[in-house]
Design a binder for this molecule. Structure first.
Ligand code: BGC
Length: 785
């Protein structure tokens, strides 16, 4: 990996140096190479220690290392045990989670280190998903910044705060591909695309684990949920999943592979069944792919009671069978079920599970405990804890991250005037309306870690500070769910007395977004849509700030409200970030990482779909079909195929013009690309270089995320209409032109073919450099034999 990065840098430098105009270059690197990378989680010295310790362990102590309980709040459905101290003393527990303070961590750790026979430290885990105390935007928002470096920096802050509390393991990043907005957990991940998902997966791991896992402020990452969890049928959480091996390898596995390549120390198996086999009992994914193909050497943790759930899935008739199946499939650690604790020893003694398999699982656990330096430094420094939280630079990063996460969906003129946003000092009196305008709990989003509502600066507070109390009239207008006619009437009065209305509407978190929050209806909940329509009817210019963990279907609002900003759930700095954006001190630059549906019936909806045998080309889909040509194609008779806003879309207060697309070759050979891909040492040299000139045609500085897409035709397996193969976030001064260059390696043209081999085939290739997945200048080339 290091080699690959060095070469990327060299290629990038060479290219930049030859450009006549300021240039940005990026070498597109692998998202899905099957080549296993040697694990960086161990070395000869630590392996020796692992073996020496293993030799001393009794079978029950080995099993103990594979047992994990939730010892804090929330405990969720589980065992209800309270005798952890006694179990730890006997060596019956390897890991605990949901403990959040250094003092509690140290108390439990002291029992393990001082009172258990072998003094093996416990591993403490927690769901630190988008921050520990300093809450950043939800991952879907963070991903919308298309900025791996930003993601890594937020993960570093999270690692510092988490480790200061004694917790050295986070159940993050969630790298599930999410193509269906009904699924509430879309909020927790990086969206629908495997290339972007892989880039951000690497960034999270880099941020959490730092330079060295044994540094006191590093925490182990846990990419989850392996695998296919995001493809739950009907978008219903925990539901069954059917994915072909091809689709699994090409779309769902790349972010996991990237995280493992980046050195992730652990991984979590998922709840769902995959093609009939529960993922927490799948030797194909857990052993064949993860261990054999990718060379993973760390811990596979089950999801919360997913071992016990094998009984409900119907592949085990009792706890012992569930434990045996999960364990033999490759789940090392049993989170909460207690079934390894109750059954594994007996399963070994009865010969149903080989002790060598237990040894191997214990090696994985001990290896990570050594890698984290827990044997040398098992305790948290309680004096470091308070000072590590909410540091000024962490809060400033939280504000930047929030600003970059916002996606400006619409910014039209009001009464044929200039675009409504940004507001200015002359905008007059502002009516601030909506249940999320002065809300501090929901701004934290789902999985808000240790984030506290009192740490949040709300929109109302920040706006009042910015323009003064005389210039803001606030009315809640309605509750998120519920609300009264009086609230609505008050909001209308306030709107009528003002010059412009900012409406803050959306979902509540974590009730409507996150785990166990699938929705069959994706409109604004409660009476919010009615409130919105009444406010628009006042004739005042309206700015809609939308808070949600997914795209919402809002056809009326998107037609009638002049300015709409998707704000997701922005975290502790929600208010300042929103106010700076609304007033133009921050220029929106986020781009959608999920396709925004027009209606729920379009889901699952994703840009990198196949063409089908009857694509709807050059046909007006805004009306029902009029003849057989218009009817017998792949379409809805009552809805368009296209999303409301495509993947990669997002506006700015300035505008960018794309032009002068250039490509340095029009022919490539599959043979030499495959040699490059598979022949001995992989090289990351560029197969082709493609560039475009992009100009900021407006009067404000702005960042633009320039996207590179590829389409392959004539291949053994049908390929998506477009696949993201590179992106760069580039800053532009007003009027500035930059040549943005992508160097695409062999991997940019490879895919999982009909034999499920990752390789390049002869193909006709179209490339786009574009502002989103639906447009852009294109170039073509041919891959010959
Ligand atoms: C979730 C995981 C989480 C685990 C531990 C489960 O319900 O699916 O994402 O890490 O709980 O809290």
């Amino acid at each position: 990996m290091a080699n690959l990065l060095i070469r990327s840098a060299v290629v990038a430098c060479l290219l930049v140096c030859c450009q006549p105009v300021p240039a940005q270059t990026k070498l597109s690197t692998s998202i899905s190479s099957p080549v296993a990378v040697r694990s960086s989680l161990s070395n000869a010295a630590s392996e020796k220690k692992v073996e020496a310790l293993l030799q001393k362990m009794k079978l029950e102590e080995k099993v103990g290392q594979l047992v994990q309980y939730s010892a804090g709040q929330p405990t969720g459905p589980g065992t209800g045990r309270t005798d952890y101290e006694d179990m730890i003393r006997k060596g019956e527990v390897g890991a605990l989670f949901n403990i959040t303070t250094a003092r509690q961590v140290n108390e439990y750790q002291r029992v393990a280190m001082e009172q258990s026979r072998l003094h093996i430290p416990l591993l403490f885990g927690l769901d630190v998903i988008h921050g520990f105390r300093t809450e950043f935007p939800i991952p879907l928002g963070l991903a919308s910044a298309w900025d791996p470096d930003l993601v890594a920096r937020t993960a570093r802050v999270a690692a510092r705060e988490t480790s200061a509390s004694g917790v050295r393991w986070t159940f993050s990043p969630m790298v599930d591909i999410a193509r269906d907005a009904r699924w509430g957990r879309m909020a927790e991940g990086s969206g629908e695309d495997p290339y972007l998902g892989a880039a951000l997966a690497r960034a999270y791991v880099r941020g959490y684990q730092g330079e060295r896992l044994d540094a006191p402020d590093s925490i182990a990452a846990c990419p989850k949920h392996f695998v296919g969890y995001g493809a739950a049928e009907g978008g219903r959480d925990y539901n069954s999943v059917e994915i072909s091996e091809h689709t699994l390898r090409q779309f769902y596995l790349p972010p996991f592979h990237a995280a493992i390549d980046a050195g992730a120390a652990t991984l979590m198996s998922s709840f769902n069944s995959l093609n009939g086999v529960p993922a927490s009992a799948s030797p194909f994914t857990l052993k064949q792919i993860l261990r054999r193909e990718w060379g993973f050497a760390g811990i596979v943790d089950s999801d919360f009671t997913s071992v016990a759930e094998l009984v409900a899935h119907g592949i085990a008739n009792d706890g012992a069978a569930a434990a045996r199946k999960a364990f033999l499939a490759g789940v090392d650690m049993d989170m909460v079920s207690s079934l390894y604790h109750e059954n594994l020893e007996h399963l070994v003694r009865s010969g149903e599970v080989p002790e060598a398999a237990v040894d191997e699982a214990v090696r994985h656990v001990l290896r990570i405990k050594f890698a984290l330096g827990l044997f040398e430094q098992p305790y948290a420094d309680e004096t470091r804890e308070a000072g590590a939280m909410l540091q000024p630079e962490s809060l400033s990063l939280a504000r930047t991250a929030a600003e970059r996460s916002f996606v400006l969906l619409k910014n039209a003129g009001f009464s044929a005037g200039a675009p409504v946003l940004p507001l200015s000092a002359e905008s007059g009196v502002i009516a601030l309306v909506g249940p999320l305008a002065d809300d501090s709990k929901d701004m934290l989003g789902s999985w808000a870690g240790q984030g506290r509502p009192e740490d949040v600066i709300t929109l109302r507070t920040a706006l009042t500070q910015r323009v003064g109390a005389d210039h803001v009239r606030y009315a809640k207008g309605t509750e998120i769910i519920g609300g009264s006619d009086e609230q609505s009437a008050e909001a209308l009065k306030v709107a009528e007395q003002s010059d412009v209305v900012i409406l803050a509407l959306g979902e509540n978190a974590p009730e409507m977004t996150g785990e166990a929050a699938s929705r069959a209806h994706l409109g604004l909940p409660g009476r919010q849509e009615q409130l919105l329509e009444k406010i628009v009817a006042t004739g005042k210019p309206v700015v809609l700030l939308l808070f949600s963990g997914r795209p919402l279907t809002l056809p009326w609002a998107l037609e009638h409200v002049p300015a709409v900003l998707a704000a997701w759930f922005p975290g502790v700095q929600a208010g300042p970030a929103l106010v700076r954006t609304v007033f133009g001190e921050a220029n929106p630059s986020g781009k959608l990482v999920v396709s925004w549906p027009r209606s729920v019936g379009q889901e699952p909806l994703y840009y990198d779909a196949l063409n089908t045998g009857r694509p709807a080309v050059n046909i007006d889909l805004t009306r029902p079909p009029k003849n057989t040509e218009e009817k017998y194609i792949s379409r809805y008779i009552d809805e368009q195929n296209s999303p409301q806003f495509p993947f990669g879309y997002g506006l700015s207060y300035t505008e960018f013009r794309y032009g002068n697309l250039q490509i340095d070759k029009t022919q490539l050979s599959a043979k030499s690309l495959n040699h490059n891909l598979h022949g001995g040492e992989r090289t990351a040299s560029a197969a082709i270089v493609v560039s475009a000139e992009i100009t900021n045609t407006g009067t404000r500085p702005g960042d633009e995320t320039v996207q590179l897409y590829v389409q392959l035709r004539g291949t053994s397996v049908a390929q998506p209409v477009r696949a993201l193969s590179g992106f760069q976030r580039v800053g532009f001064a007003p009027g500035e032109t930059k040549k943005v260059t992508f160097a695409l390696g062999a991997e940019g043209f490879a895919f999982w073919n009909e034999q499920n081999k990752f390789s390049v085939e002869p193909a006709r290739v179209t490339l786009w450099i574009s502002p989103d997945s639906s447009r852009g200048s294109e170039a073509t080339l041919q891959i010959t034999d």
